[in-house]
Design a protein around this ligand. Sequence first.
Ligand code: TXA
Ligand code: MG
Length: 341
Amino acid sequence: MMKTEHLKITDIHIDEEKIKKAAALLAKGELVAFPTETVYGLGADAANEVAVSGIFAAKGRPQDNPLIVHVASVEHCRELVQEIPDYAEKLMDRFSPGPITYVLPHRGGLADNVTAGLATVGIRIPDHPLALALIRESGCPIAAPSANTSGKPSPTTAFHVAEDLDGKIACIVDGGATGIGVESTVIDCTGKLPVVLRPGGITQEMIEEAIGEKLASTNGIPESDKPKAPGMKYRHYAPVLPLILVQGDASKIKEFVRKVESEGKRVAVLASKSTADHLDLPHVKVLGTEPNEIAANLYAALRHYTEKDADLLICEAFSRSGIGEAIMNRLAKAAEKHMIL
Ligand code: TXA
Ligand code: MG
């Protein structure tokens, strides 16, 4: 076990020395967790193979799942990739810095384990002053997956990062809770049109609007097809308790909970404010009233209940419009089953 340094940063100017310290750790090959606008990332110098292998070890991440490389500007991105298609230029113009990752052919120069040996790299410019300051100050492109133990919900606070990684990494930069709460949209930019590999903060409708083209729906891809984003084939975001995703109105959910309880099981529920108001139960966590709030609170809620509270976790299914697509994508991966009531 190593001693993990915790650096709390409230203001990038006042706390400049702390940023310099964390950046120096990154530059010398150490692992540093830091906030982005989506979730906390576990960063390492993307050109340093040994440092990057530390990320896989600390997270227990499968080696065939490539990492996203974080850069501070579109110019910095150009140095790492081959030609950028016009539509990707438009997307960068509109959405970067922001919660969107571009999969593009790389030029080499990055450690092989960052890309899991692929010819492409996932690259993004995070919209968070602390993340940008760390990248700039370190002078490195930063490889960073979400800063959780592989398979667990992504961290949206420094506390979650510490739960999973304290003693395993050099430093945690604590910049408070992240804003969006679900990971970036990953888009494959190697074809004639972009393909959404992982839904996220930038929705398919926003992408279509920005490039002026309608994209094929990514729903309904058979599970057996080889996933294009290698990380998609693993179980993710799993809470401690078995999770059932239930689709139905509040009265149906209540009826279902009562039935499970009558079988002797203790139930905890995650639901929107309006549904929660109808459930008269001791363990109900309100995720929020509108989709952005639900996204922001989702991972903390998935980490909240343990065996001491309940035997089973039930979560309401939400509409797939807008960021709802990303919310439902994560819940579907976290859940053991999806029931329509
Ligand atoms: O919001 C985010 O994207 C966060 C923050 C920390 O930036 N990062 C994140 O990283 O979610 P990670 O490693 O948990 O997820 C990266 C996803 C995986 O599904 C991975 O398979 C996919 O991006 N990916 C990365 N490089 C790829 C590539 N070259 N081709 C296809 N998919 C790729
Ligand atoms: Mg992740």
